[in-house]
Design a binder for this molecule. Structure first.
Ligand SMILES: NC(=O)c1ccc[n+]([C@@H]2O[C@H](COP(=O)([O-])OP(=O)(O)OC[C@H]3O[C@@H](n4cnc5c(N)ncnc54)[C@H](O)[C@@H]3O)[C@@H](O)[C@H]2O)c1
Length: 355
């Protein structure tokens, strides 16, 4: 039996707590022993819904129930201090992204965990979404030919979001990438995930402020990455103004391209060529068939109530199975560090291109 506690009962905690409740019912190998939040109403709600003890401080929770594992689900600026506190108290850590504001601090947490004989891991949940797994397998098998370009694009209309609320300034704005830091971990590991075998370096990053959203230092990002060995180009695009919301992962190869919109699951694969000749008509037909099949999948997913977060349960399932088997975790130290180092490379180019 592994005892588990949760700190931070905000929106994402529902995904973690549902997994923990479900897993407990299924296997009886995980016991949720406590939840903790600064807001009493949130603690009381979660404690009564999930049948565990509620605490107003992490310190009190750690000393009272000594959990084997703590899920840290608080805002990003709090992660380093809370993770350190959990590790010092002897608890393993599953932390929401980003684990730390930069790679140096991420490395310090990993070193501390190792020194204590514990683990710390970070949510890279979209990597475990069924469609991203499918896309990654297609790339690895060579279904798309040689991978020439991968692009991860996120568009969110954020002017009315909680990040723009002037009455309650959001601490995300103090992170190195500002509001983009809430998403940049996902955008970065997705580029490296769907282009297996590529070792990317950041070659350019344009950080811009092109909107008047109060409090936002950066609201638009365009990054180019390159792998010298495979000659693959990676691109990350973020925009806080455009509508509709989009979170697409596109892989373009020498034989075909594939795209998945994480907000609306279903993978569209387009086979482009007849011999060496480009045929607009055949491309149109192939694109149409891909679109219809993707929409059909999307409908099935909606009926099954599969959400963009479905990979989170898979990641946690694999994490707990690995803990119990003493096997390597699905999101390793090197996954965390290589992602954080790429983000550092992007942040280092920040003054360039400021609009
Ligand atoms: N993996 C994903 O797909 C995904 C999706 C959404 C959010 N997130 C991440 O999850 C984390 C939480 O985001 P959110 O949107 O669920 O919630 P949030 O940021 O709104 O806040 C989470 C909760 O933490 C509590 N809190 C803050 N400091 C605390 C402290 N010191 N001790 C105890 N409680 C504290 C707050 O009161 C709040 O209830 C963030 O890191 C975010 O980036 C991840």
């Amino acid at each position: 039996m592994v005892t588990v506690a949760v700190v931070g009962v905000g929106p994402i905690s529902e995904q973690h707590l549902e997994f923990l409740a479900h897993h407990n019912r299924k296997s009886n190998q995980i016991e949720l022993v406590g939840v903790c939040d600064l807001v009493s109403a949130s603690v009381n709600y979660a404690a009564s819904k999930y049948g565990c003890r509620g605490f107003k401080s992490l310190d009190e929770m750690l000393t009272t129930v000594s959990p084997d594992v703590v899920h840290i689900l608080t805002p990003p600026n709090t992660h380093v201090a809370l993770a350190r506190q959990c590790l010092e108290a002897g608890s393993n850590v599953i932390c929401e992204k980003p684990i730390a504001p930069d790679a140096t601090k991420a490395q310090e947490l990993i070193d501390l965990a190792q020194a204590k004989g514990l683990f710390i891991t970070e949510s890279h949940n979209y990597k475990f979404n069924e469609e991203i797994v499918e896309l990654t397998e297609s790339s690895t098998r060579g279904d798309l030919g040689e991978i020439c370009e991968v692009e991860v694009r996120m568009a969110l209309d954020m002017a009315e979001s909680r990040f723009a609320d002037q009455n309650m300034p959001n601490p995300i704005h103090d992170m190195p990438a500002g509001v983009i830091h809430d998403f940049i971990t996902h955008l970065t590991y997705l580029v490296t995930t769907v282009a297996p075998g590529s070792d990317f370096r950041v070659t350019d990053a344009n950080w811009r402020n092109v909107s008047d959203i109060p409090g936002f230092e950066w609201d638009n990002l365009s990054v180019e990455l390159f792998c010298e060995k495979t000659k693959t180009i990676g691109r990350i695009r973020f925009d806080a103004r455009t509508y509709p919301d989009e979170f697409t992962v596109t892989v373009r190869g020498t034989e075909a391209s594939a795209v998945n919109n994480i907000f609306s699951p279903g993978v569209t694969v387009t086979k482009l060529r007849m011999g060496k000749q480009l045929s607009p008509l055949l491309n149109g037909i192939a694109g149409g068939i891909g679109g219809v099949s993707s929409n059909a999948k999307d409908l099935v997913n909606k009926v099954k109530r599969k959400t963009p977060y479905h990979g989170l349960a898979v990641m946690l399932e694999q994490t707990y199975s690995a803990i119990q088997a003493g096997a390597p975790l699905p999101v390793s130290d090197s996954d965390i560090l290589s992602t954080a180092k790429l983000v550092d490379e992007m942040v280092a180019l920040q003054t360039k291109g400021k609009a």
